[in-house]
Design a binder for this molecule. Structure first.
Ligand code: HEC
Length: 267
C-alpha cells in the first residue's frame, strides 16, 4: 500500500468521523438558559442517541403527577390508554382503566339533549383540574398553572430546567423583596414564581424502594413530562441509529468506488 493510498484512507475516515460527530451533536440537548437561572444537569436515561425511558421511573413520575401536580395542572394531550401503551410507563391495562374510571368526564348529549357526567374510559383525554383559564387563575391567586403535556419541550434545556425548578425553592436572599404570594426559586426566570413549593420529602409513597425524596420526585415527574412531550423518542432514536449505520455504509461504498476510479485513471 503506497502512502497516497493511506492518505486517502485517512481522509475518508476523517470525513466519516466528522459525519458521525455532526449527527451526535444534532442529537445532543439544547444549551441551557443564559441569565442567572441556576440549572442543574442530571444524567437522564433517555438522552443521547441510544437513550430509552426507564419504565419504573415513568410509573413513579405518573404517581407524582397524579397525587400532586394534577390538582392544578392538566396534561390534556395525554389519554388514559397511553399509560398502558408500549413505549410509555406500560402500566397494566387494568390499572390504566382504574385511573380513567376515577375521574368524571362530561359526555352527551343524551336522548333528552342533556349533557351528563360519566366515569372516564381509556379513550378519554386526561381531565384538567379547571374548566377554563379564568377558573384556574381565580384558584391560583391570579397566576395560570400551564398545561404540562408539552412543557418538557417548551423550555430551553427542558428536562434539566424542570428538574432544577422543582428542586429550586429556597429562602429569598435578604436583598430581594418578594411580591405578595410569590415564592423564591433559583431556576425560575426572575426568581419569583407563583407556584407554591409542590414537593416535600416523604409526601408520596413509593413502593419500589426508591427513596421518597424531593429530588427523586422531581426527577421522576420530569421524566414523565418528557415522555408526555415526546412519546416517540425511542422510535426516533432507533431510526436515527439505522440512518447512522446507513451513512457509514454509504461512506464505505463511496470510498471503494473512489479508489476504483482513481486507480483506473493511474494506468
Ligand atoms: C397549588 C397549585 C399547583 C400545584 C399543586 C403545582 N403547580 Fe405548577 N404551577 C402553578 C402555578 C400557579 C404556576 C404558574 C407560576 C407562575 O407563572 O409564576 C405553575 C407553573 C408551573 C410550571 C411552569 C414553570 C415555567 O417555567 O413557566 C411548571 C413546569 C409546573 N408548574 C410544574 C408543576 C409540577 C411538575 C407539579 C407537581 C410536582 C406542580 N407544578 C404542582 C400551580 C401549581
Amino acid at each position: 500500500m503506497d502512502s497516497l493510498d493511506t492518505l486517502a484512507r485517512w481522509r475518508t475516515a476523517q470525513i466519516a468521523g466528522v459525519l458521525v460527530i455532526a449527527l451526535l451533536a444534532l442529537a445532543a440537548p439544547l444549551r441551557a438558559a443564559e441569565d442567572d437561572q441556576i440549572i442543574r444537569k442530571e444524567a437522564w436515561s433517555f438522552t443521547g442517541p441510544f437513550g430509552i425511558y426507564d419504565r419504573a421511573q415513568l410509573q413513579r413520575g405518573f404517581l407524582v403527577y397524579q397525587e400532586v401536580c394534577a390538582s392544578c395542572h392538566g396534561m390534556h394531550y395525554l389519554h388514559y390508554r397511553n399509560l398502558s401503551e408500549a413505549g410509555g410507563p406500560e402500566f397494566p391495562e387494568a390499572a390504566a382503566k382504574v385511573v380513567a374510571a376515577s375521574v368524571e368526564v362530561e359526555d352527551g348529549p343524551d336522548d333528552q339533549g342533556e349533557m351528563y357526567m360519566r366515569p372516564g374510559r381509556l379513550s378519554d383525554a386526561f381531565v384538567s383540574p379547571f374548566q377554563n383559564d379564568q377558573e384556574a387563575r381565580v384558584a391560583n391567586n391570579g397566576a395560570l398553572p400551564p398545561d404540562l403535556s408539552l412543557m418538557a419541550k417548551a423550555r430551553p434545556d427542558g428536562v434539566n430546567y424542570l428538574y432544577s425548578m422543582l428542586t429550586g425553592y429556597a429562602d429569598a436572599p435578604a436583598d430581594v423583596s418578594m411580591a405578595e404570594g410569590m415564592y423564591y426559586n433559583t431556576a425560575f426566570a426572575g426568581h419569583q414564581i407563583a407556584m407554591p413549593p409542590p414537593l416535600f420529602d416523604d409526601s408520596i409513597e413509593y413502593t419500589d424502594g426508591t427513596p421518597p425524596t424531593i429530588d427523586n420526585y422531581a426527577k421522576d415527574v420530569t421524566a414523565f413530562m418528557m415522555w408526555a412531550a415526546e412519546p416517540k423518542l425511542e422510535e426516533r432514536h432507533r431510526v436515527g441509529f439505522r440512518v447512522m449505520i446507513y451513512l457509514i455504509i454509504v461512506a464505505g461504498l463511496l470510498y471503494v468506488a473512489k479508489r476504483r476510479v482513481w486507480s483506473r485513471g493511474a494506468h
